[in-house]
Ligand binder design. Structure first.
Ligand code: NAD
Length: 269
């Protein structure tokens, strides 16, 4: 395999499971050294298992505990990474969660919790990454860009989602955070894009696929007629982090099997 990310250092937040773990494996296979972030001690074993799999496959990296919604912890994770590896080339801003509720009974705590991780967490990590990219600047031996950020957004940055106002608002916020940062730092050769997954088979949406009935109902929303897997996102992330996409900046890449194609209109509405 052509190692398009050889020698680059990537931090992947929320990488002890699901999409983050899948992206970490794909980036590693493409030659990147990966920092597997996880939020709490209870997730350490899962993070170490992801790292062990990566090492068995010939990759390199380490794990790093950090709650992305906490400024001091985020700053420490980046400082530790720079101390260990010299710099950071890639941030996959992936950590995210849901606390679903009918809107009229949604507590302020549920709102703040989701916004704190999904949006503020992406702000805090992007800011540290950009500070490091600005410090180092472009090194043509590493990449044509000074650094790359991928925000893990969702189809719900454009599809409203009843009963999930906090989650949808966080993903809508990521859309403008991503575009504004891309505009602000393009001239510094920092590329910033989003990946918007559709339905990917991970723990976050288990109830949507773990019975035949649930999966059948889910597939009515997916024209391509299969649920996605983390590798689908990993493949897109490798491309979006590599110089093959050097002219791509400020874009949302939908990896969704056509979920955003208004499938309800397939039979003419
Ligand atoms: P997941 O639950 O497997 O992964 C989320 C990860 O985030 C977990 O590893 C969790 O430990 C971590 N995390 C939670 N809070 C954190 C914090 N404060 N600090 C650091 N890490 C934290 O689910 P997933 O599907 O892999 O989700 C990954 C991302 O993809 C999320 O941002 C999610 O919104 C997005 N997404 C998922 C889907 C899907 O269908 N699975 C669709 C669209 C978007």
């Amino acid at each position: 395999m052509d190692k398009k990310l050889q020698g680059q250092i990537a931090i992947i937040t929320g990488a002890s499971s699901g999409i983050g773990a899948g992206v970490a494996k794909s980036l590693s296979a493409a030659g990147a050294t990966v920092v597997i972030n996880y939020p709490v001690a209870a997730a350490k074993d899962a993070a170490e298992a992801v790292l062990a799999e990566i090492k068995t496959a010939g990759g390199a990296g380490n794990t790093s505990m950090c709650d992305v919604s906490k400024e001091d912890q985020v700053q420490k994770m980046f400082a530790d990474t720079v101390q260990q590896y010299g710099t950071v080339d890639i941030l996959i801003n992936n950590a995210g969660l849901q606390k679903d509720s009918p809107f009229e009974s949604m507590s302020l705590e549920q709102w703040n919790f989701v916004l704190g991780v999904n949006l503020t967490g992406q702000f805090l990590c992007a800011r540290e990454a950009i500070r490091e990219f600005l410090r180092r600047g472009v090194d043509p031996k590493r990449s044509r860009a000074a650094g790359k950020i991928i925000h893990m957004s969702s189809v719900h940055e454009v599809i409203p989602w009843a009963g999930h106002a906090n989650y949808a608002a966080s993903k809508g916020g990521i859309l403008m955070l991503m575009k504004t940062l891309a505009q602000e730092f393009a001239w510094k050769k920092i590329r910033i894009n989003s990946i918007c997954p559709g339905a990917i088979q991970t723990p976050i949406n288990r109830s949507a696929w773990d019975t035949p009935e649930a999966l059948k109902s889910l597939l009515t929303l997916i024209p391509y007629q299969r649920i996605g897997i983390p590798e689908d996102i990993g493949n897109a992330a490798v491309w979006l982090c590599s110089d093959d996409s050097d002219y791509v900046n400020g874009t949302s890449l939908f990896v969704d099997g056509g979920m955003t194609l208004y499938p309800g209109f397939t039979e003419n509405g």
